[in-house]
Every structure is written in C-alpha cells, then in structure tokens.
Write a new protein. Sequence first.
Length: 359
Amino acid sequence: MSGTAAQGPRLRASLDGIPTYKPGKPAGADSFKLSSNENPYEPLPGVLEAAVAAAGSFNRYPDMAAVELTEELARRFEVPAEHVALGTGSVSVAQSLVLATAGPGDEVIFAWRSFEAYPIITQVAGATPVPVPLTGDEAHDLDAMLAAITPRTRLILVCNPNNPTGVAIRRPELERFLAAVPGDILVVLDEAYREFLRDEQVPDGVELYRSRPNVCVLRTFSKAYGLAGLRVGFAIAHEPVATALRKTAVPFGVSQLAQDAAVASLRAEDALLVRVQALVEERTRVSAALREQGWPLVESQANFVWLRLGERTVDFAAAAGAAGVIVRPFPGEGVRVTIGETAANDLFLSVAEAFRKEV
Ligand SMILES: Cc1ncc(COP(=O)(O)O)c(C=O)c1O
C-alpha cells in the first residue's frame, strides 16, 4: 500500500477548524428536553393525517419544485412563487445562501453569540466568518456590524429575534442598518422565531424585503409550526437570489411528507397559532418568575429564555439535568432554556430558584 493510501483520503484543510454542530441533548424517559427550541405540542390532527397519507408513497421522489407548498407560501406572503426557495430546514437554506454568495477569501458577518450554525456553514463554504460581539444588552451591535464590512464582505446574517438571547431588533435600527449596507451585499433576516414575537415595533422581514433587492428572509416550519423532525424551511428572496438558491440546494431535499405536512400546517394555522399564543403566555409567566427570583433577564421575543451565567453555566446545566430538565449550555457564557410544557417550565423554575439561592 502506498503511503498516501495508508493515510486515507485527503480532506479539505479548511474543515479542520470547524466545530461539528452540537444538537440539544436528547431527553431521557424521565426528563424534559428544553434544549432545542422545539414546540412541545404533538402535530395537529390534519397535519398528522397529511403526513401519514404521504408516507404511503415514499417509494417515489418528492415533487422537486414543491409546487403546492411554494404556491401556498406565495399566496400567504403575497410574493411571486419564483421568490420562494425551500430547503431541508432553514439551516440548509442558510447554507445554500452562503454557498451562493461566499467562497474562499470572502467574508460573512454575523452577530455573536447567535445561531451556532452560522460559523459552521460559513467555513464549510470556505469563506471567513466575521463574528461581531453582541452589545451588553444581548442585542445585535448593528453599528459594529456595519463597521465590520470590508470589500470582501458578501453576506450578513441577522438573526431576529436572536438565538440564544431572544432579543429582537426594532424597525428604526434595522431600517437604518439596511440603508447603510452596500447594495451588492446580501442581508439575510433569519426569522426562525418570528411567530413568537409580540413586540409590535419589530418589523416583518417580508415587508423589508419587498423594496430591497439585497434583502432575503428565512423562515421555518420547525419552531412555531412544530415540524422540526420533518425538515422544511424556506427563503423569500428576489429572483436572482432565489434562483441561486435552487442551484445550490441539494435536489429533492424536501420530502413529500414534509411538503404535505407543511401545506396542512399552513391550512391549520389558526389552531397552530392558538398554541403559539399559549407558549408566549408561558414565556411571560416564566420570565416574570425568573425576575421575581432575582435573575437579570433580557426580554425574549422567542420561545426560549437566556440566563447569562458565565462561569456557572455548566454547573447550572448539570443541576437542571439532575432535576430532569435538559437545557442548552454555552460554557462560559450562559444557558438557553426553551419554553416548553407547563410542567417542564415549572421544573426549570424550581431549579433556577434553588440555584439562585445557593450562589
Ligand atoms: C435562528 C435559527 N435559524 C435557523 C434555525 C434552523 O432551523 P431549521 O433548520 O429546523 O429550520 C434555527 C434552529 O435552531 C435557529 O435557531
């Protein structure tokens, strides 16, 4: 065997520095999973039936153009069908966006800490991540993000509201930011948690995209719609960008099951949004209780809360795990806790209270 063969295939050196995506820990039989910002509810009946019906034909490839879902989305958002691009979860659409805009030598700007896939998908494309620290209030530092723009910048990812802090950017700041970004740089408004927003001063990205050819919106069926396991998300983007997304996406990525369940979800939206409202009310209750316990808390507009625990992050996560609640620690920074079913939230609150008293 030659030396080269013994060493195995040569892989791209740029992969060496890339962390692998860490999923939220799975819950054991006797614990609650509050680590992945999932929706705690079971699928609505109509949605489950649509998925089950589609399961009967999984010997066939899905509709590659996802015509029915695309048209449903186009109608709902009042955009041309050509502006809708689907993917296996919005994370894969985000990856397609990076692949469509940035390669070696190019830069991708995003806030940090934000969605942990951003640096990964940037480096997978061979591009350079430019993380810009959040402000002391856990918000995007839009001025610093503008200052980070160079002639090599190709893409800016804006997570609104931000994962993991839950803080949302309001209209005047976001409009000012978009006006200052050069028109040849694509700005992605990642609105994975849009449906949980209750601050009316936060703009709808779809409205911002309409008159701005360099703005694109990302949405997902994984969170409010409760289809995380089926993997379907989408971008709304002007035609050149949407067309590029169809080129960089993996063909036949979105299964028929996912397509049909997503269509059924849109048609069952009223019922779904009642559930979302219940989660928002739980968020209000949990946030108030945490403040009552003495935790300094930023206002979350998403389906999770953020505790900046610094050095105590890992200890808190361990204490929560021991009590039966799996949370998401970012060691040295803080813990993100999804708003789940009431019993899970109550258990989390009792852990938080005990921890607060201890330190
Ligand atoms: C901000 C943000 N964007 C995108 C995603 C990806 O979600 P999905 O790929 O399930 O649509 C997530 C998931 O956690 C997220 O937090």
